[in-house]
Design a protein around this ligand. Structure first.
Ligand code: HEC
Length: 137
C-alpha cells in the first residue's frame, strides 16, 4: 500500500517535471521564432537610409545642395578648386540653353568627378543644375 502510494507520488513528480520541461521547450521555441521573425522582417523592410534622410532633410534648394555636394571641389561660389570653375563665361556658355548637360554631368560624373545619380534624387540634381546656371559672373 505504502509502496503503491510512493510509486504514485513518483509518477506525478515525474510528469510534473516533464510538463516543466515542455514549458521550457515552448518558451525557447517561442523566443527562437521571435528572433527568426524579427530577422525576416528586418530583411523584408530594411531601414531605408535614403528615405530617412529625405524625411529629415527635405531641402531641395539648389544652393544648399551645391554647398553640401559640390563646393568641396568647385568652391562655395563655384569658382573652382579641385574641380574646374563653373562660373566662368566660357563654361556658362556651354549650358546656357538648358539644364540638360548639367543634369547629365552631375548624374553620371566625370573622370575625376563622382557621379551623383545614386546619391541624389532627380529633382535635387535638377535643382543643383538650375543653381549652377545662376553662378555666372
Ligand atoms: C571630388 C570632386 C568633385 C565633386 C564633389 C564635384 N565635382 Fe564637378 N568636377 C570635378 C572635376 C575634377 C571636374 C573636371 C573633370 C571631370 O569631368 O571629371 C568636374 C567637372 C564638372 C562639370 C563639367 C564642367 C565642364 O567643363 O563642362 C560640371 C558641370 C560639374 N563638375 C558640376 C558639379 C556639380 C554640380 C557638383 C555637385 C553635385 C560637382 N560637380 C561635384 C570634381 C568634382
Amino acid at each position: 500500500m505504502r509502496a503503491c502510494k510512493e510509486n504514485e507520488l513518483q509518477t506525478t513528480r515525474r510528469s510534473r517535471a516533464r510538463t516543466q520541461l515542455m514549458i521550457r521547450k515552448i518558451k525557447v521555441l517561442t523566443l527562437f521564432c521571435f528572433i527568426v521573425l524579427t530577422a525576416i522582417l528586418a530583411n523584408v523592410f530594411p531601414p531605408n537610409a535614403k528615405g530617412n534622410t529625405a524625411n529629415i532633410q527635405k531641402d531641395v534648394s539648389g544652393a544648399t545642395l551645391f554647398a553640401n555636394n559640390c563646393a568641396r571641389c568647385h568652391g562655395g561660389d563655384g569658382k573652382g578648386g579641385k574641380g574646374p570653375d563653373l562660373a566662368s563665361e566660357k563654361r556658362q556658355a556651354k549650358w546656357k540653353e538648358s539644364d540638360e548637360k548639367l543634369v547629365k554631368k552631375i548624374t553620371k560624373g566625370g573622370f575625376f568627378m563622382p557621379s551623383f545619380g545614386k546619391k541624389l534624387e532627380p529633382a535635387e540634381i535638377k535643382a543643383i543644375a538650375a543653381y549652377v546656371r545662376t553662378l555666372k559672373q
